[in-house]
Design a protein around this ligand. Structure first.
Ligand SMILES: NC(=O)C1=CN([C@@H]2O[C@H](COP(=O)(O)OP(=O)(O)OC[C@H]3O[C@@H](n4cnc5c(N)ncnc54)[C@H](OP(=O)(O)O)[C@@H]3O)[C@@H](O)[C@H]2O)C=CC1
Ligand SMILES: O=C(CO)[C@H](O)[C@H](O)COP(=O)(O)O
Length: 299
């Protein structure tokens, strides 16, 4: 099969390499000329624009977008659409909001697959987990590519109609937030608690047979090994948050309680301010109702 890949960053480049390794052909485009040149070195055919990529693909185009979610997806689709027809297939492998994917699927001249991608840059060797929404025929048509990009045939599946792939990935990310929070709280108690523990040794022991073993726990072990058991100079500021916010918004709309996911999202937002107004007010209110001493900033 011949696949066009647009967006050759951390994730798109892995798509290129795994599809080439599986014996398919790749035509590659990115705004970055260096990224295109590097993909060409790896064996892809370089394109110098979205239109050029479309021309090089001929009929029955198969195209994978791996650009940042949001405006870049719409800009790419605007450039692509004049070159597409109903026999073509476009996959959006990024973290797009599922409702945008539904709208894009309706507007796109090609069959549109929304594909949640999990595994991160480590997927270069292992392959990804792919959660796909959209027409069955397009999913079947793209199966050789999904087999190559995923861990194998068991690493991808069609979740359902348009939007369902990105919906499942959104919830996946909510679970990811809550799991990180749970590991974080457990290790914080161990770090602050009554025994002098080597947290890397704890994580390694848990990773070997414990009920709570997981890839995230392996990454905890790696973090303690590389940064030190006190995490060295790693800051307590957590970036990101959009997919977790969407998960909580959807849970509110569906009236499904997700307190753990919400709490981990709130913890993330809270990490961005070191001078919390709510804590300062609580400090002052204790004086108001109990004449408790107010801690002042210059003390
Ligand atoms: N990193 C991760 O662990 C995961 C990421 N994702 C999702 O995958 C998608 C890609 O992420 P990632 O690879 O990490 O991002 P990167 O920023 O590493 O790569 C994105 C690439 O797309 C290029 N690009 C941006 N706009 C356009 C455009 N209009 N046309 C062509 N190329 C463009 C960028 O070029 P330039 O740098 O020059 O702007 C960059 O090379 C995102 O939606 C992300 O949320 C999903 C799962 C895991
Ligand atoms: O999808 C992912 C992992 O599964 C990406 O790494 C994503 O960026 C994580 O979300 P956030 O940026 O909110 O931490």
């Amino acid at each position: 099969m011949q696949l066009g890949v647009i967006g050759l960053g951390r994730m798109g480049r892995i798509v290129v390499d795994r599809v080439l390794d599986a014996g398919h052909e790749v035509v590659a485009f990115d705004l970055s000329e260096e990224a295109v040149a590097a993909a060409a070195d790896a064996g892809a055919e370089p394109a110098d624009s979205v239109a050029d990529l479309a021309d090089r693909l001929g009929d029955d185009k198969r195209i994978w977008l791996m650009v940042p979610a949001g405006d870049a997806v719409d800009a790419t689709l605007d450039d692509l659409d004049p070159h597409l027809d109903g026999d073509d297939v476009v996959v959006d492998g990024g973290n797009s909001h599922f409702e945008k994917s539904v709208r894009r699927a309706e507007a796109c001249s090609a069959a549109y697959l929304d594909c949640g991608t999990s595994g991160g840059p480590a997927g270069a060797e292992l392959g990804f987990s792919l959660m796909i929404g959209g027409p069955q025929w397009a999913y079947d048509e793209m199966t050789p590519v999904f087999d190559a990009v995923a861990t194998g045939p068991a690493g991808h599946d069609r979740m359902g109609e348009a939007g369902s792939g990105h919906y499942v990935k959104m919830v996946h990310n909510g679970v990811e937030y809550a799991l990180m929070q749970a590991y974080g709280e457990g290790f914080e108690l161990l770090a602050e608690g009554r025994y002098d523990l080597d947290l890397e040794a704890v994580a390694r022991t848990w990773n070997n047979g414990a009920v709570i073993r997981s890839w995230l726990l392996e990454l905890c072990e790696e973090a303690f090994r590389e940064e030190g058991t006190d995490l060295g100079d790693v800051d307590d500021h957590i970036a990101g948050g959009s997919t977790g916010t969407w998960t909580v918004q959807e849970a509110l709309e569906q009236e499904v309680p997700v307190p753990l996911i919400y709490q981990s999202l709130a913890e993330r937002f809270g990490s961005r301010a070191d001078d919390r107004f709510s804590r300062r007010l609580a400090n002052r209110l204790r004086y108001g109702f109990g004449r408790h001493e107010v801690a002042r900033k210059d003390e």
